[in-house]
Design a protein around this ligand. Structure first.
Ligand SMILES: [Zn+2]
Length: 497
């Protein structure tokens, strides 16, 4: 009997090891190369001029296009100034494309190609979050170029992508290029406040029956050190984003004077509910796009980790639990998260609250729903005194294709621009305007084609946001490759590696 068990164990170990050994970096040829061919190196590539692009980006950064949920605080003269600035910066692009304004200040550019079917849509937003100036090395709206970088709010999020997309179109248009398919540039003006700009653009496109073939927005980027044991950088391409939902928990009581408090008042009931949420987080899971990410990055991990990642049929629950337990970004990738953000009670120190409330900001994991999350919270709170009210429910986005010619084209353009990086899909944790497009196109990708250091990632929405001039050049190269190779060539059947 013991021999039988030992034999089975040995066979299992051999199987695990064999799978781990076969789980290795993909061959360089294959569908990715096919998708990019034959336009992998558009002739304009040699004419990319990063310092000039930096000067144009600096001009954009000098416009204080700060959005706000309180529209009375928005200075629309800055928006008008930004819109008026662009034709002078990109004359050939503006001769080649038509431009219209949607939803107030959002911009939709249309570059007619040889065919109008399945156009390419390049997205960005030009609104930025506020910046006061304290703590900045250079004033946030000065557009200063110093120490090899362009400084300012929006330099990374995300006037950089808007700039590089226009730089690429300018180069191509100036050399007389006519794209194979129509190209749209979709530039929102209120992404940071989840506004109506991009939905207004979509309404225009829908009216004209435009069905995009591939959509690219901000989201991932080329990053290092995000995955244990993988020394190569990763080009993380967002294929989905979590849903954002605000849920209000509240409880009522008669109120009255604080000198005669009731037993188990409303505040205590609410506090207990918050604690129950904290103690019983959502169960961990590894949604399909996260598995796809592990399937790419894991190939470059040391053998011990490959042993686990190549055998997810066995280790998947264990890995999900380990990821979730590690917290931070890794943890957030593996479950629906809840964060209590706004607490409110009575107005005075000696007044019992008639109503207490807490807002729970939820990030709904791929594969789950608002309704399911709500039902679980109701079960966990388990208190009829607590009322639950959904404010701003937002479902997770659909998941874009992680294989096929369109995926290979985006991943291929990223790989051609950053040959040392491993391209992999991932789930974006933040929200982007791309979610609006995801409802009508199954090929929406979130990738800002820049190498982001940890400090650069931390500077978005914080102080000292700046982009190195050399990185802008790489961004332009990426857009040139993507536009020149669009539409992707279908890979020959059976060539899959
Ligand atoms: Zn952004």
């Amino acid at each position: 009997m013991a021999a039988l068990v030992l034999g089975a164990l040995a066979a299992l170990l051999a199987l695990l090891a064999a799978r781990a050994a076969a789980f290795k970096p993909r061959a360089a040829a294959g569908p990715r190369a096919a998708a990019l061919d034959p336009a992998a190196s558009p002739p304009c590539l040699g004419r990319v001029d990063a310092p000039s692009a930096a000067a144009r980006l600096a001009e954009m950064l000098r416009r204080r296009t700060v959005s706000s949920r309180d529209l009375s605080k928005v200075d629309y003269r800055e928006y008008e100034s930004f819109i008026e600035l662009l034709p002078g910066l990109y004359p050939a692009a503006h001769r080649a494309m038509t431009r219209e304004v949607a939803g107030g200040y959002s911009l939709l550019y249309h570059w007619k190609g040889r065919s109008a079917s399945e156009p390419l849509v390049l997205m960005a937003h030009y609104d930025v979050v506020a910046a006061e100036g304290a703590g900045w090395s250079h004033p946030p709206f000065s557009g200063r170029i110093a120490e090899g970088k362009v400084w300012g709010r929006g330099s990374l999020d995300t006037k950089c992508t808007l700039c590089c997309a226009l730089e690429a179109v300018e180069l191509l248009a100036a050399s007389g290029c006519v794209p194979e398919r129509d190209i749209y540039l979709s530039f929102g003006h209120d992404e940071e406040v989840a506004g109506e700009g991009t939905p207004a653009i979509l309404a225009l496109l829908a009216l004209r029956g435009v069905q995009p073939g591939l959509v690219l927005d901000e989201g991932g980027g080329v990053v290092e050190g995000v995955f244990p044991g993988v020394t190569r950088p990763a080009a993380l391409i967002g294929v989905a984003e979590k849903g954002i939902t605000d849920l209000e928990l509240s409880a009522r009581s008669p109120g009255g004077h604080a000198s005669t408090p009731p037993r188990r008042g409303a505040a205590a009931a609410l506090a207990r509910a918050v604690l129950r949420l904290e103690r019983r987080p959502f169960p961990p899971s590894l949604p399909r796009p996260t598995l796809a990410m592990l399937g790419e990055l894991g190939r470059h991990a040391p053998f011990g980790l490959r042993l686990v990642l190549a055998n997810l049929w066995l280790f998947r629950p264990l890995l999900a639990a380990a990821f979730a337990a590690s917290g931070g970004e890794t943890g957030a990738m593996c479950r629906t998260t809840t964060a209590v953000t706004m607490l409110a009670g009575s107005e005075g120190a000696n007044i019992l609250p008639a109503r207490v409330s807490a807002v729970v900001n939820m990030r709904i994991a791929i594969g789950e729903t608002v309704e399911g999350a709500l039902a679980r919270i109701r079960r966990v709170v388990a208190d009829p005194r607590i009322e639950l009210a959904l404010i701003h429910p937002g479902e997770p986005s659909p998941v874009s294709e992680t294989e096929g010619p369109s995926w290979e084209l985006v991943a291929g353009a990223a790989s051609a621009t950053y040959p040392e990086a491993v391209a992999a899909p991932y789930v974006a944790l933040g929200a982007t305007d791309a979610r609006h497009y995801a409802r009508l196109c199954p090929r929406v990708y979130r990738f800002s084609p820049f190498e982001f250091s940890k400090a650069e990632r931390a500077s978005m929405h914080a102080v000292d946001e700046a982009i190195p001039v050399a990185k802008l050049g790489k961004g332009i190269e990426f857009y040139l490759r993507l536009i020149a190779a669009y539409p992707p060539k279908p890979s020959a059947p059976g060539k899959e590696t």
